[in-house]
Ligand binder design. Structure first.
Ligand code: NAP
Length: 302
């Protein structure tokens, strides 16, 4: 396909998230009518400003959808034992179908220990090793991590099904790169892709991206993916969120992704913007996982 034929569709995460939330709202309304209210507790330790914003948005999303939510705030000085005891308490509390411990945690608290302490059946963030293992083997009763699950929804709902495509993932983190690789590799609807994963030690990275039908950039490196690194007709999912100084922008800085947006868009079949692409999907998938957990816990069939 020649360049002139490219559409350069901008995939709106805001729109896709809105339609998923509308579906969830309908499902929750039916559950509410049946006497069931899904519940989510969010635990935050310390005062990290970005985490405070995420936690507030999670509470607002719950309210919008009819999900009961509580936020528990511990001071940065809270001990690991205090946090573990709190998790034990919510593991046992039937009011809550999902427990989310906002990451990152202060340095004196072991993230691994905390994640292991969660009841895997309430781990709606999908980071407990049991859920990670289930994701790898493609088990249905697992909670997929929210950002990669959101990426899959964006691809499918924008008409860019990864089936049979070569997907190149840039980044191998446990929260984005590795899980999206595993999800798209599954022998399953919305997956069935051939996946290559690149990272900072990959040699000649552009040789891989130039072969990609779909590029998923999750590096945290502003405008790293340039137009000459992708082929005509590529689909690009930009996960990166980078704050760069810009005296013209409100507050003196603006958000950019890992993709050099305008030149890459000119070559692409479809691309997600930053902000307004992957970002709005993450909390929406948390809501979806919470509703799924409530359905499992209450044996809700619908
Ligand atoms: P991370 O843990 O820092 O991992 C970054 C990955 O990118 C690593 O695997 C690293 O390779 C690789 N990398 C970095 N620079 C590279 C380069 N120049 N060439 C090739 N590979 C490179 O980051 P993350 O947590 O996955 O997040 C990635 C980005 O997504 C960040 O901007 C983050 O803010 C954003 N994010 C957005 C959302 C959302 O909801 N929109 C959610 C999560 C993350 P090594 O492993 O070799 O170091």
């Amino acid at each position: 396909m020649g360049r002139a034929a490219m559409v350069g569709q901008v995939i709106s995460g805001n729109e896709v998230a809105k339609s998923i939330r509308a579906e969830l709202k309908g499902e929750v309304a039916k559950m509410n009518a049946g006497g069931i209210t899904p519940g989510l507790v969010v635990i935050i330790v310390g005062e990290d400003p970005a985490s405070q914003v995420y936690v507030r948005k999670k509470g607002e999303a719950c309210q919008e959808l009819g999900i009961y939510s509580e936020t528990v705030r511990l001071p940065a000085s809270a001990s690991e034992d205090e946090l573990l005891e709190l998790i034990d308490k919510y593991n046992k509390d039937p009011k809550f179908d999902g427990i989310l411990v906002q990451l990152p945690l202060p340095k004196h608290i072991s993230e691994g220990k905390v994640l292991l302490r969660l009841d895997p059946g309430k781990d709606v963030d999908g980071f407990h090793p049991v859920n990670v293992g289930k994701m790898v083997v493609g088990a249905e009763d697992c909670y997929l991590p929210c950002t990669p699950a959101g990426i899959q929804e964006l691809l499918v709902r924008s008409g860019n099904d990864p089936k049979g495509k070569h997907v190149v993932v840039l980044g191998r983190s446990n929260i984005v790169g590795k899980p999206i690789t595993n999800i798209l590799l599954q022998k399953a609807p919305g997956a069935d892709a051939t996946v290559t994963i690149c990272h900072s030690r990959t040699q000649n990275l552009q040789n891989f991206t130039r072969q990609a039908d779909i590029v998923i950039a999750a590096m945290g490196s502003p405008a790293f993916v340039k137009a000459d690194m992708v082929k005509d007709g590529v689909v690009v999912i930009d996960v990166g969120v980078n704050r760069i100084n810009d005296p013209q922008a409100k507050g003196g800085c603006r958000l950019v992704g890992d993709v050099d947006f305008e030149p890459v868009k000119a070559k692409a079949k479809a691309i997600t913007p930053v902000p307004g692409g992957v970002g709005p999907m993450t909390i929406t998938m948390l809501m979806k996982n919470t509703v799924k957990a409530a359905k499992i816990h209450h044996k809700w069939k619908d």
